[in-house]
Each structure stands twice: as C-alpha cells, then as structure tokens.
Design a protein around this ligand. Structure first.
Ligand code: CO
Length: 225
C-alpha cells in the first residue's frame, strides 16, 4: 500500500511543538485561556499573511479579537464584519477597535493600477471609493509607492469613520460604554506600526479626529515607510 503523507504534517508538528513550548513556559496557560476570553481589543486588518495580529504587537493568544479581510474594509452592509463588531462590543466589551492597514497592500495597489483580479474587484471598489474621495491628494503624489502608502493610510482612516458610524458603536457610546476606535498602518519593510493619530472615543469626536488625521497626512511628504 502506498504511504499516505499528510501535506499539512509540517503544520501539525509545528502546533505540537508550539503548545509544548507554551505549556513549558506556563503550565496553566491553556487551562486559564480555555475558561474564557476577555480581549480588550478588536483588530480589523488585512488578510495579508505578513500582518498577523497578536504576533506583531507581541501579545499572546487571548488578547485580541480579530476580523481580517482583503484591504481591511469595514463595509456598511458586510454582515461578517458587522457581526464581529457587534459581538466584540456588546458581548466581549472590547475597549478599543483598531483598524490596521499596511503599506504596500496588494488590494490597495490593485485599485491604483486599475487591475482586474476577479470577484475581489467588487470588494475593492470600497477602496476605490476612498481613492476617488481623495483623488486630489493622491494625484499630487508622483511616486506610485508614495501614492500607495497614502491610500493605505487614507483607507484606514476612512474605515475608522465607517466603524464609528455603525449602529453598534453609536449605541455603545449612547449608553456610556468606554470604546475608542483607532487607525494604524503597518510597515512590511521594517515591522513598525505607524499610529495615524486618529482616536475616536465619542460621536462628537469623530469629525474633528477625522479632519485632524487628514491634515496630518497633507503635511509635506514624509515618505513612508
Ligand atoms: Co493588504
């Protein structure tokens, strides 16, 4: 009989090695974590394999509730993302929602290149709308890499706005729940997170925070990353 090799054996072996190491470091780790999760953060990031949530902010499992999709979009009618936000805010009572874009995002670049990739083009249309909204800022940038960086930042900022306008976030603020929404952009080149300086903790602070974040971007070009 031919030997059947599991194509995922490497991953399964890795899993056992990892769990043994975690267990050696803290024998109660899994026991404690299995009882409950009480993350303080909801991370809404890109599906890109190079931007894993807990790892790049040096946190262990259990600390971040995660939603990832291509180009970290928060679409008003995306039941998946809306449900994640609702569960995170209403049930887990996270204190922070972080929209995490990343420089060099392929989804963002496809929008800039007007490339056809398939079904995903319809999803990326949301990023296209962001590009159109800020077209004067983008076309003023000559270098494509700089334009990509700027649209990655603008997209994260706009998705914060979308998040703040969801009924879940509005209702949380209405009932006095402590909740802030933030925009970050991560550099694949040096592993550094760039805080885009948009922090919204109430309905009233959304517009001023949005305008201040855009102002910061308009300032003389600092090439990021
Ligand atoms: Co991406």
């Amino acid at each position: 009989m031919p030997t059947v090799t599991n194509p995922l054996q490497e991953l399964l072996d890795g899993n056992r090695r990892w769990s043994a190491a975690m267990n050696a470091a803290d024998p109660t780790f899994f026991e404690q974590l299995a009882k409950q999760q009480s993350p303080k953060y909801l991370w809404i990031g890109c599906s890109d394999s190079r931007v894993p949530a807990t790892q790049i902010v040096d946190l262990p499992p259990g600390e971040i509730f995660v939603q990832r999709n291509v180009a970290n979009v928060v679409a008003h009618s995306d039941l998946n993302c809306l449900s994640t936000i609702q569960f995170a805010v209403d049930v887990l009572k996270v204190e922070h929602i972080i929209i995490v874009g990343h420089y060099g995002c392929g989804g963002v670049q496809a929008v800039l290149d007007e490339r056809r990739l398939g079904l995903v083009d319809n999803w990326l249309r949301h990023v296209g709308d962001v590009a159109e909204k800020h077209s004067s800022m983008l076309t003023a940038l000559d270098l494509m890499s700089v334009r990509n960086a700027r649209l990655c930042e603008l997209n994260a900022i706009e998705q914060v706005t979308n998040t703040c306008r969801t009924t879940m976030v509005m209702d949380a603020w209405e009932r006095g729940q402590s909740l802030s929404v933030h925009a970050w952009c991560y550099s694949l080149e040096n592993g550094h997170m760039n805080d885009l300086g948009m922090h919204v903790d109430s309905r009233a602070s959304l517009q001023p925070a949005y305008e201040a974040a855009l102002q910061r971007l308009v300032r003389p070009a600092v090439v990021r990353p």
